[in-house]
Write a protein that binds this ligand. Structure first.
Ligand code: CO
Ligand code: CO
Length: 365
């Protein structure tokens, strides 16, 4: 554990130097957990990790948080600087960095803290830290891959279990609650999200489950995931209750074809934007391009959504160890939605699907 975090801090410092950054400032966030294993709550009192190319990392913490910070995985290796209530923490942070340098600030840092830093460092330039840390986090090490694999297997098992439970006659809300329980029963520490979108509700990609009762002839979009040892699952399957609605089967096959084409495009050296292109091509050819409302996928790891993104314009070139979702969809207002989503990992010679649940159209009771 300790060695892994020290290694990540070294790589972050090196990456900062390569980009000409004076420092990377990281508050409570997945970035902080990634670099140090320390996971405090974000608070109005700032906690800031300061990573510099030319000096050892320091952790600025509110004095009352210092005992917790000291007992964190890297607590003994980080130089801790405690500030007390009544002192100006931003002035304390300013003393740790070059006053006119470029500072990368983690994307989750509260605006109040960034404004405090800008006040204390009027000559500094601020840029998002995802530009430097996103690339490091995108490539998973073998232990991270193992956690993502186990999270995906737990999500697959959850899908099988909810199909066995049946959907007919149940409210979306109740199915969502059971999905959350099943995610935990199958090995997740917690559920992160559960989308159950029946019939016309499926046409809204991020539909919030409602009191609507699921009935015969509904297509149901099930999109759910949880965290296992800090790493996330995210799977979508679209099933039909007893029989498919009018026009559904052809749209389902189209989405399945698009998902297969996109997964087949994944390999080291391929721009991730081409994976998006591969999913879009058959859907556009069939005239549903306007109904594919979102990008094809997102990186996944400590966060459900993190770089890289499978979308036109993302400059990422795929490398072994990258993990992301492949989730094309077609959404027909007033009728139904279809989405099929798996997590994939880039391997040295191609792609590994982390989700294995069957993608053939499933009819449930
Ligand atoms: Co999803
Ligand atoms: Co997703």
């Amino acid at each position: 554990m300790r060695d892994r975090h020290l290694h990540r801090l070294e790589r972050a410092a090196r990456a900062a130097a390569e980009r000409g950054l004076a420092a990377v400032l990281v508050g409570p966030s997945p970035d902080l957990a990634y670099l140090t294993g320390y996971e405090p709550m974000p608070l109005e009192r700032p906690t800031l990790l300061v990573v510099r190319p030319d000096a050892s990392p320091r952790l600025l913490v509110p004095a009352l948080e210092a005992p917790a910070a000291r007992s964190a995985p890297l607590g003994g290796d980080l130089e801790l600087l405690a500030w007390r209530d009544g002192e100006d923490p931003y002035a304390a942070a300013a003393r740790l960095v070059a006053p006119a340098g470029t500072l990368a600030v983690d994307d989750r840092l509260w605006a109040a803290h960034l404004l405090g830093l800008q006040r204390a460092l009027p000559a500094a330039r601020f840029v998002p830290a995802s530009g430097v840390l996103g690339g490091l986090r995108a490539v998973k090490d073998p232990e991270e891959l193992d956690r993502l694999r186990r999270a995906a297997a737990a999500a697959d098992a959850t899908f099988e279990a909810i199909c066995a439970s049946g959907l007919a006659g149940r409210r979306e809300l109740d199915v969502a609650a059971e999905l959350a329980e099943l995610l935990v029963a199958n090995g997740h520490a917690r559920a992160a999200f559960t989308i159950v979108a029946a019939g016309p509700n499926g046409a809204s990609p991020h539909h919030e489950p409602t009191e609507r009762t699921i009935r015969t002839g509904d297509a149901v979009v099930l999109d759910f995931g949880g965290a296992l040892e800090g790493y996330h699952s995210d799977i979508t399957r679209t099933v039909v209750v007893e029989r498919a609605p009018e026009g559904f089967a052809a749209v389902y096959e189209l989405v399945r074809e698009a998902q297969e084409a996109a997964v087949a495009a994944v390999a080291p050296g391929v721009p991730i934007a081409e994976v998006d292109r591969a999913a879009r091509e058959p859907i556009e050819r069939a005239g549903f391009g306007e109904r594919f409302l979102h990008r094809t996928g997102h990186g996944i790891g400590l966060e459900v959504h993190e770089p890289p993104y499978a979308v036109a314009g993302d400059p990422t070139v795929l490398a072994p160890g990258m993990t992301f979702s492949v989730e094309p969809g077609i959404y027909l207002d007033g009728r139904f939605g279809v989405r099929i989503e798996d997590i994939v990992a880039v391997t040295p010679d191609g792609v590994e699907r982390l989700n294995r649940a069957d993608r053939a159209l499933r009819t449930v009771g």
